[in-house]
Design a binder for this molecule. Structure first.
Ligand code: URA
Length: 510
């Protein structure tokens, strides 16, 4: 009797195992097996069941450690279980380290990206002739392109759900810059994000708690386990968030150089290719621009100072600001304007709104010169709760930090180096960047009026201005910042703004 009962239970269990994958849409056990010891029983279980089943995640860690390829369903199940809090951090950390050393196959990266995107809410927008577009930058010093670009794109007939991040380490974050605007709200509920995008045309805010929760958990672990610089993990992290915006087109600015995530052009190219390939495969028309980050972008670095420079970039200028360097106003340098226009131009071409990059750049430049993007910027600030009167008063001030100190050039000649990494470190030491995720920022500190490579300087003239909380911080920053600059008798060779575009384009000067 007991024997009969045991056999019946066993048969029932096997029957259930056979039908469950089919019921759930999970691939069958045969197709779903990993190519090695990692397969186990888990790989064939539907995600819902994986969340309650005693998970044999160890065998998947071992499979990845041995360089085996996981099936998409297994990757999906890992993300589902991790997001549900069913994989302990120590095991996920081991898995991430295995991925760091062994890499992921394209199908694994795709499965990871889509599973991360689907770990939370995906933005949904009503039918509208205006394409949904965005730009992402891998981060740098003084990289404030998103600020003028977002209202410019809205004026060019796009909808821009720009979901940005905060700075960590030496690189700045768009959200921190926007948080320096009095009253401006960067944390918005999903409904309000779509409402502002539909009404104003652009929004600049942070991820909601319900968007891409898997990335939040995974990034926090990567950050403390030395597994951030892994191309497949970076690709999944960036694209899961961008795909959750439900975009039609995307431009990704992949930086390389001394202050960039990717130190060399070769590494940046590898990342750019991986990002552009997968994003295009996922249905988002995507181009990657590879740009240099040895020197800060524009003339300012530091949260509020970058907002000021962005507003200057949005303000129609009667004459070229590049030729006049006033050490009080920090005029927008041409590299900021040029990169902003280049991003807009690519998106115009990608969405069929312009026939060529040259025509698109002209269209974007005309739009910027019309002043409409500046009006749109103010409209966006108001929609996101900014106190416009307080903002205008702040904008009119030369500086908001208590102490401003010039860094004097030790000799005459041409600036031949302005090291963005040192500038970033100085800003972090001044309190403008984060040492940990919980660091409290001083939005007013930073560096402005930065002279750029190729510009002439006389001995004793300022190479840059330091904005600090007190005199001793300013003096310490001055000593440190000195090392960022070299001055030579001859101007250095000019560095192109955009080193490469992926997929390759007949550039038309961009
Ligand atoms: N930015 C991200 O969002 N994720 C990464 O992994 C790296 C940079």
């Amino acid at each position: 009797m007991k024997m009969k009962y045991t056999v019946a239970v066993l048969l029932l269990f096997l029957a259930a195992m056979a039908v469950m994958p089919a019921l759930s849409g999970c691939p069958t056990a045969g197709r779903d097996r990993a190519h090695g010891p990692g397969a186990g029983i888990w790989g064939c279980l539907p995600a819902r069941l994986c969340q309650v089943w005693p998970v044999n995640f160890l065998s998947l860690i071992e499979a990845k450690r041995e360089g085996q390829t996981l099936e998409p369903a297994q990757v999906k199940a890992i993300v589902a279980a991790f997001t549900a809090g069913q994989i302990p951090d120590y095991q996920m950390a081991a898995f991430l380290m295995a991925v760091y050393f062994r890499g992921l196959q394209p199908a694994e990266v795709r499965a990871l990206t889509l599973a991360m995107r689907d770990s939370g809410e995906v933005l949904r927008f009503p039918e509208d002739p205006r394409p949904l577009v965005d730009k992402h930058s891998t981060g740098g010093i003084g990289d404030k392109v998103s600020l003028p670009l977002s209202p410019l794109l809205a004026c060019l007939g796009f909808r821009v759900p720009m979901i940005s991040g905060r700075g960590l380490g030496i690189t700045g974050g768009t959200l921190d810059k926007m948080d320096s605007i009095p009253g401006f709200q960067t944390l918005l509920p999903t409904g309000r994000i779509t409402e502002i995008v539909q009404g104003v045309g652009c929004v600049m805010c942070g991820q909601t708690a319900s968007m891409v929760p898997a990335d939040k958990g995974l990034y926090a672990l990567r950050d403390v386990t030395g597994t951030v610089p892994s191309i497949p993990l970076i690709v999944a992290s960036i694209l899961s968030k961008k795909l959750a915006e439900n975009l039609d087109a995307l431009v990704i600015d992949v930086k390389f150089g001394c202050a960039a995530f990717m130190p060399t052009l070769e590494k940046a190219r590898e990342l750019a290719r991986a990002l552009a390939t997968l994003s295009n495969e996922c249905g988002v028309n995507t181009r990657a621009l590879i740009t240099n980050m040895d020197t800060p972008l524009g003339r300012t670095a530091g949260n509020w100072l970058e907002v000021k420079e962005s507003v200057a970039c949005l303000t129609p200028q009667p004459a070229s600001p590049a030729s006049r360097i006033t050490h009080h106003a920090s005029p927008s340098a041409t590299d900021l304007r040029d990169l902003t226009l280049a991003c807009a131009a690519h998106l115009l071409v990608q969405t069929g709104k312009a026939p060529s990059l040259d025509a698109a750049r002209q269209q974007a430049a005309d739009c910027l010169a019309s002043g409409r993007p500046l009006t749109k910027w103010n409209e966006m600030l108001a929609a996101q709760g900014a106190d416009l009167a307080a903002y205008e008063r702040k904008l009119a001030l030369d500086h908001t930090a208590p102490v401003v100190m010039g860094l004097k050039a030790p000799g005459s000649g041409f600036v031949s180096r302005c090291d963005a990494r040192i500038v970033g470190e100085v800003i972090r030491e001044l309190g403008g960047g984060r040492l940990t995720k919980d660091s409290v920022l001083n939005y007013d500190v930073g560096v402005d009026a930065i002279l750029k490579p190729g510009e002439a300087v006389q001995a004793g003239d300022p190479l840059a201005r330091i904005h600090a909380a007190d005199r001793s911080a300013a003096e310490a920053a001055c000593v440190r910042l000195k090392a960022a600059f070299d001055i030579s008798a001859q101007p250095p060779a000019a560095i192109p703004l955009i080193a490469e575009t992926i997929p390759a384009q007949a550039s038309g000067g961009l």
